[in-house]
Design a protein around this ligand. Sequence first.
Ligand code: MN
Length: 481
Amino acid sequence: MSAEATNPATPGPVVPAAPRRRSRPRIDLRRLGRAALLGPASRGRLPDAIGHVVESHRFHHPDADLEPLRRAYVLAESSHRGQMRKSGEPYITHPLAVTLILAELGAETTTLTASLLHDTVEDTDVTLDQVGDEFGAEVRYLVDGVTKLEKVDYGAAAEPETFRKMLVATGNDVRVMSIKLADRLHNMRTLGVMRPEKQERIAKVTRDVLIPLAERLGVQALKTELEDLVFAILHPEEYAYTRELIVENASRADDPLAEFADAMRAVLRDADIQAEVLIRPRHFVSLHRTARKRGRLRGSDFGRLLVLVNEDADCYAVLGELHTCMTPVVSEFKDFIAVPKFNLYQSLHTAVARDDGQVAEVLIRTHQMHKVAEAGVVALGNPYAAPPEEQTAPDGERVDPTRPGWLSRLLDWQEAAPDPDTFWSTLREDLAQDREITVFRPDGAPSACPTVPPAWTPRTRSTARTPTPASAPVSTAAWRP
Ligand code: MN
């Protein structure tokens, strides 16, 4: 975040930055020759500092052209040189960390390029025109969007109008928002160096604006970590207590979830269904919510089981086996495949019980659904790219069922709320219901392509809640005793 960039008036002690290459090193033929002999081409030419970014990016996009990343890093590093983070680290560590977060989520190359450059226009001599000339109109647009957002959310941050402005600024390209979320995550991770008042202020903006947005955009991986970071700052005692519970549970001799997982693997093996059964520990806030709901926590409450399969149909096959061979808790069954959540989340939810009272919550989804569940819009890539020629992946799974309509649904939803207060309260109601949201049309039919007209509100099937007071923060409502 630019607020953190400090330009020492006098050139301070020189802190050795990550590899310094002021001007682009000339092509070194000897090195290229070696690289050609030793393995993957061009790898040796990339600055070490972006090694992790490149590795993650290659994992998701094996054919990506890495040249823009290299150039963006070189420009960002040279232009931020001499600037420090509050922590004393060279400033370039920040755009690098932000870019790594996005690369791990599977963002495409243009987003990563813009992410490396995201603070240059705000904080250095680099101009937008220069970014445009060197990296093209798309990168320029993204950097410009992030720079504008920087100005929006510092101010009367939690105001509905502010929130709306943020959406308008990014409405045309949600990749701007992806960068903003990753930016905020890294700043929250490194918030410890700030004064407590400042920590609290930033944590509140994160809670009121960024977390709801991460939820909306389906970026679960960022949302959960942001929630825990905010929780630790705004509710330190409850955070410490939750932490204690987790440590205590980790030292238990038996782990009911592991036993459930073993039983499930056996059931699915017998049924000849290819599936991965994983244990997903709950994040702090989720565990805290569960504890408040249940009173006393069972060993099986500390995580959930995640069953990953290859194709949509397998999800129902797994469900059938689990419901046949184990004891289902019927009230826990939800089909978010047939009726995806607003933010594109898809999964089957169920729970199975044991005689000793342990109950394991189970999520069943395909690998593709998992990717969308974790990375949301980030996994959707470039909203302007031509849709893939065929909508079917080699394994028969739909490539991206949401892509063409997704962005327009977000925009419809935004336009459907004519005034900021309606917009904000609709959002707040949605979020107050946590992940239990299913959207229904006014005629009562579940809508697979939900838009949110102002005349009605989403409903939940879960227990009635006391309405959140208009001024209450969104996502902490559930944390308060
Ligand atoms: Mn930043």
